[in-house]
Write a protein that binds this ligand. Structure first.
Ligand code: TPP
Ligand code: SF4
Ligand code: MG
Length: 287
């Protein structure tokens, strides 16, 4: 007998009580994600949220889905493994700019080029929030913090161009001050078959007094249609110093699992008896 599930609501996704500072941009990212899931009719038990470490990474505790709060910079390896094990689940990887583009940068590039079907939300406040305000890989040149007292002498990492240059099939950027647009972009990202990146400007109201809500309202340029080529998307990013919001580039390409031609789940390989066909498929791919 099949049971008809009622439509999911925002209430279904309410998890633990948050300890974020009042006004933190991460609240809006969580609202945007939950709204996107509800709009798509996805239930909490159909989602795995995997995060690293940081204020942003607490989203896996505050959103009621299956969750894995991993270690610093390791959300993507775990999220990719989860998708391989359970391809029927929607996998959301999430975390901060420090987590994803600092300690996790190596994993980021490889996840981009591997194109496993999951959505990566980076809550970019251009600072390390959880550890109380150090300069991050996304902090602006000359940004002053307790770790760069005379101003940051490095230039911010351009994550979207890195993703575009390495074959990303879905690259978008959003802003916590525009939840409607952000939520629509997250919806599209979840629907995209392959690795989808949404970098979200999500102000840290406590430690970053430069990249504020007003800063993004003054600087952000909106892209209404995806750019026709990845080269053009990189050019537009450079032209506006990265300050664009919208879906920059999308490409339909078979994801990793489709290319491998595997229709079994890693989970079955571990837990159940392996049949002849499965053994042959494994031999073909990995030996
Ligand atoms: C291996 C390791 N190194 C350093 C830390 C300390 N640490 C915890 S969170 C964090 C940075 C968090 O910044 P970000 O990912 O941008 O998230 P935010 O707090 O800004 O949302 C650091 C350096 C750690 N937990 N583990
Ligand atoms: S320290 Fe910054 S990033 Fe962390 S919860 Fe507070 S406002 Fe948000
Ligand atoms: Mg940060």
């Amino acid at each position: 007998m099949s049971v008809e599930l009622k439509k999911p609501t925002l209430k279904d996704f309410k998890g633990d009580t948050s300890t974020w500072c009042p006004g933190c941009g991460h609240f809006s990212v969580m609202a945007g994600l939950q709204r996107a899931l509800v709009n798509l009719g996805i239930h909490p038990h159909e989602v795995i949220t995997v995060t690293g470490i940081g204020c942003s990474s607490k989203i896996s505790e505050y959103t009621r889905t299956y969750g894995f709060h991993t270690i610093h910079g390791r959300a993507l390896p775990v999220a990719q493994g989860a998708k391989m094990a359970a391809p029927e689940m929607h996998v959301i990887a999430a975390g901060g700019d420090g987590d994803g583009y600092g300690i996790g940068a190596g994993h980021f590039v490889h996840a981009v080029r591997r194109n496993i079907d999951l959505t990566y939300l980076v809550m970019d406040n251009s600072i390390y929030g959880l550890t109380k305000g150090q300069t991050s890989p996304r902090s602006q040149h000359d940004f002053v913090s307790k770790t760069t007292l005379k101003g940051n002498k490095e230039y911010p990492l351009d994550a979207l161009s890195i993703a575009l240059a390495n074959g990303a099939t879905f690259v978008a950027q959003a802003f916590s001050g525009d939840v409607k647009r952000m939520s629509e972009l997250i919806e599209k990202a979840i629907q995209h078959k392959g690795f989808s990146l949404v970098n979200i400007f999500s102000p840290c109201v406590t430690y970053n007094k430069v990249n504020t809500y007003d800063y993004y309202r003054d600087h952000l340029v909106t892209i209404d249609e995806p750019l026709p080529t990845r080269e053009e998307a990189i050019r537009v990013l450079k032209e506006h110093d990265g300050n664009v919001q919208g879906l920059l580039f999308v490409e339909e390409r078979d994801d990793f699992q489709k290319q491998l031609g595997i229709d079994w789940k890693m989970r079955d390989v571990q837990n159940g008896p392996m049949d002849e066909a499965m053994i042959r498929a494994l031999e073909k791919e990995f030996m």
